[in-house]
Design a protein around this ligand. Structure first.
Ligand code: NAD
Length: 464
């Protein structure tokens, strides 16, 4: 079931994939049907048993070959992402390289799934980390390759099979990754991509009893549905959901650096980034100075030709999403300034900086998921923490200060899974990533992610 289904009459329907940069149709892609999903899952069940029975060193070698196949296809994957998702080429190359790196990192895991020996009365007690079976990975359209890899690489490393559902608009790199796994010699059926609708393919991952865990990345609204669905079978679930992260700038910080880098913390990937610092909170005493410094930085963001290595921002992913983002900026009443963007065709939206009328305005509370940032003043440290935490989300954030004590106090005070001090770094494959509050449940990446795809089995051995 790897690759693109070809039959013409399909209950799953089909989709015209559109290049977001120029609105041309790339291709028509058939969606997977329920029967195809169920077949693929059955296929995965048998492939997983054979995979888990292999010596760990052989599974590790298989993942290293998969990583090498991705390394050889970085340019091809990057070009697919440029065309399908509207990512600038330099960013798309980074994403494909990140998939290679995530696979390389987790290729060490099969030989490090280490249980424990526990001293007990009358014998010894040992624990085994058993694979779960088939894992369903559901991904959004904003980072189609990288987010898929965060799920499939540790899941495969722990001895599981994976069925992957890409987002409807952006399936092409996920389809190619499953082909690369086969080309690298991973067993047929072990890693399958099933393009299709969320309410068909995604829901089937939730309801099919042979899928033992669902890793869902997407909106908080859909994540709640997935979690409720998984509850019926007490099925394990990891959720990576929305965000409305704060970039907190204190008066004692390197203000020039904070302002120069703030655009990249929110406009990267055209703001379609769960970690986007889409609320900039600035200490009142330096607010005006910060805005003066921010304006040229925002106007300097290069938006346009996706094949130019220096381009920093592309279009929004689709017309429906463009309309949603535009609805948050109906007129200029809150606009402080804007960067530039091509006129079209394509779903181009300029980097936009807002000065909201209040802390409860919907541009401050909602995840807009576009290149729109709100800047708000705060009075002191406790006000900054309270304002940063005034959100249902808690995914990411930045703190700018030269005072190490303050950096630590504010880091501990903000309810968020991923913070950076004097930087906007969010993601490293070797460190855990995930959200507080309605930004999610569980952690991906880092040294513990593979064991999140196992059950601990405890065995007592009598010495009597
Ligand atoms: P979405 O929730 O609309 O869709 C995500 C995926 O779920 C898609 O593949 C979709 O087809 C599928 N889906 C839809 N309905 C489903 C259902 N009933 N059952 C199962 N699957 C279903 O999200 P989106 O618009 O594609 O992505 C944007 C959202 O993703 C934003 O909120 C963003 O913050 C979030 N996101 C979070 C992270 C993170 O790591 N926390 C990373 C990237 C994106």
């Amino acid at each position: 079931m790897n690759g693109i289904p070809t039959s013409s009459i399909r209950e799953g329907g089909s989709i015209h994939l559109v290049n977001p940069a120029d609105e041309t149709v790339i291709r028509e892609l058939a969606h997977s049907t329920l029967a195809e999903v169920d077949d693929a899952i059955l296929h995965a069940v048998s492939a997983q048993k054979a995979w888990a029975a292999l010596p760990p060193a052989e599974r590790a070698a298989g993942l290293r070959r998969f990583a090498a196949a991705v390394a050889g296809a970085v340019e091809e994957l990057a070009l697919l992402e440029v065309m399908n998702s509207g990512h600038p080429i330099a960013q798309a190359r980074w994403e494909a390289g990140h998939v290679r790196d995530v696979l390389t990192y987790y290729s060490a895991a099969p030989e490090r799934m280490i249980g424990k020996t526990i001293p007990v009365d009358g014998g010894i007690d040992v624990t085994f980390l058993e694979p779960l079976g088939v894992v369903g990975v559901i991904v959004p359209w904003n980072f189609p390759m990288t987010i898929a890899a965060w799920g499939f690489a540790p899941a495969l490393a722990a001895g599981n099979a994976v069925v992957l559902k890409p987002a409807e608009w952006t399936p092409l790199t996920a389809i190619r990754l499953a082909e690369l796994a086969l080309e690298a010699g991973l067993p047929e059926g072990l890693f399958q991509t099933l393009p299709g609708r969320g309410d068909v393919v995604g829901e089937r991952f939730v309801t099919n009893e042979n899928v033992r865990k669902v890793v869902f990345t997407g909106s908080t609204a859909t994540g709640k549905k997935v979690m409720a669905g998984c509850a019926h079978q007490v099925k394990a679930v990891t959720l990576e959901l929305g965000g409305k992260s704060a970039n907190v700038v204190f008066a004692d910080s390197d203000l020039e650096k904070a302002a120069a880098t703030a655009p990249y913390a929110v406009f990267e990937n055209a703001g379609q980034d769960c970690c986007a610092r889409s609320r900039i909170l600035v200490e009142r005493s330096v607010f005006d100075r910060f805005m003066e410094l921010l304006e040229p930085a925002v106007k300097g963001v290069t938006v346009g030709d996706l094949y130019d290595e220096s381009t920093e921002m592309g279009p929004l992913v689709a017309k429906a999403h463009f309309d949603k983002v535009a609805s948050y900026v109906p007129d200029d009443s809150q606009v402080a300034f804007r960067g530039s963007a091509p006129a079209g065709p394509g779903f181009w939206f300029p980097p936009t900086v807002l000065l909201p009328g209040s802390r409860t305005d919907r541009v401050v509370t909602d995840e807009i998921f576009g290149p729109v940032v709100s800047v708000l003043p705060f009075d002191d440290e406790s006000d900054a923490i309270a304002l940063a935490n005034d959100s249902v989300y808690g995914l990411s954030g930045s703190i700018w200060t030269r005072d190490i004590g303050r950096a630590l106090r504010v880091s501990r005070g903000i309810e968020s899974g991923n913070l950076s001090v004097n930087s906007h770094s969010s993601v490293r494959y070797s460190t855990p990533f995930g959200g507080f509050k309605q930004s999610g449940l569980g952690r991906e990446l880092g040294p513990d992610a593979a064991s999140a795809f196992t059950e601990t089995k405890n065995v007592f051995i009598s010495t009597d």
